[in-house]
Design a protein around this ligand. Structure first.
Ligand code: ZN
Length: 362
């Protein structure tokens, strides 16, 4: 009932009156449904123009090594962002806040920006009004970027990271944002927290609100988010600090990730996200690479983990070996690397993948 009554209020009015954005703004919810689903459909369809102009995809897609970057969009909200900041502080985590400039409209919201910077987080640009930037061009598009850019500078931040609302970008928008020196930052893991926040108690994400949530996680945002992070072995995670229900669940998510051995980095971490940050990615380990322990053979194929093969043919102990993978008949190949084949290295039953020695692959 409350959601229906409040639907006619503007976002900023609701913010000022109650801070209850999640359930209160049905129009915003409908925009999120269509905006996110459109951007996701494009990625799924692999549309031609999506590769370089997608606001969802990131240039780094693997190799996170259990590193996670938490990101929070659509704030600041003086009613909920400070709770998110308290939780991050308690865990010693530095995150990234993609703000909408129009929310910085009073002393309380400016104080939240100062706190974000003082506590070592990254203040980033999510446009002025959270419009679908794909539908804008020229001066209107530029104003959406520039106004929030100015707010970040005025607050004492360094504008460096930009995220398109809903991940919805045109190639024109993409090149303008990049020309301003921004690194366009999508996400790997979508908590879909806005969808859960749209239910009366913040615990249910309905299929009609957002289809891109697995049915088994419709009532469990914490498990759904952690399952995605596990699957990708880390990455950039999307949240919205404007929702009370997100703040309610954040500590549980972080605590479980800590238990599972994940560490937390900023989106500016070059080791975790080298391409995003303009650095040369480290060469991924693969079959045939020299190694002294299996830690150096950090790759997986069909659920099998790379291991370091150290045994010598004479049985004498060795300290230098090569990365291999247990196999039954076939082994994976990787572009630019020597082809591999499955062979029996020891007397045992199972095979091991080895790289063929070829002149072009020393
Ligand atoms: Zn947003």
């Amino acid at each position: 009932m409350f959601a229906r009554l409040s639907a006619s209020l503007s976002i900023s009015t609701v913010l000022l009156v109650s801070g209850c954005v999640g359930s209160a703004d049905a129009q915003h919810e409908a925009e999120e449904t269509s905006g996110f689903e459109e951007a996701y459909q494009q990625v799924e369809l692999g549309k031609q123009d999506v590769g370089g102009c997608s606001g969802v995809l990131l240039p780094d897609s693997s190799g996170f090594n259990r590193r996670v970057a938490l990101t929070f969009d659509d704030g600041p909200n003086p009613a909920t962002t400070p709770r998110v900041l308290d939780i991050l502080k308690a865990h010693g985590i530095h995150a990234t806040f993609f703000i909408n400039g129009q929310r910085v409209n009073n002393a309380a919201s400016r104080a939240v920006l100062r706190r974000i910077l003082n506590e070592g987080h990254i203040l980033a640009n999510h446009s002025q009004q959270h419009l679908n930037l794909k539908t804008l061009s020229g001066a209107a598009l530029r104003a959406q970027v520039d106004q929030t850019n100015q707010i970040i500078v005025t607050a004492g931040g360094t504008p460096e990271y930009f995220r398109f609302p809903f991940g919805s970008a045109s190639c024109e928008g993409m090149s303008y944002v990049r020309d301003q020196g921004y690194r366009v930052t999508g996400w790997h893991i979508d908590s879909a927290d806005w969808c859960y926040a749209a239910s009366s108690d913040g615990s249910y994400c309905a299929p009609r609100t957002f289809q891109y949530v697995e049915d088994r996680y419709r009532r469990d945002m914490v498990a759904g988010t952690i399952a995605q992070i596990e699957r990708k072995n880390g990455g950039v995670v999307l949240f919205h600090d404007i929702h009370r229900s997100t703040a309610d669940k954040l500590d549980a998510i972080i605590t479980e990730l800590e238990t599972k051995g994940f560490s937390f980095v900023g989106v500016d971490d070059e080791a975790a996200f080298p391409r995003l940050n303009g650095a040369q990615p480290a060469r991924a380990p693969f079959i045939g690479d020299p190694c002294s322990s299996s830690v150096q053979c950090n790759f997986t194929y069909n659920g099998r983990e790379g291991v370091c093969h150290l045994a010598s043919s004479t049985g004498a102990p060795v300290t230098q070996g090569f990365c291999t993978l247990e196999c039954e008949g076939t082994c994976p190949d990787l572009a630019g690397r020597a082809p591999t084949f499955c062979t029996s290295l020891d007397e045992g039953e199972s095979g091991s993948c080895v790289a063929k020695a070829a002149p072009q692959f020393p």
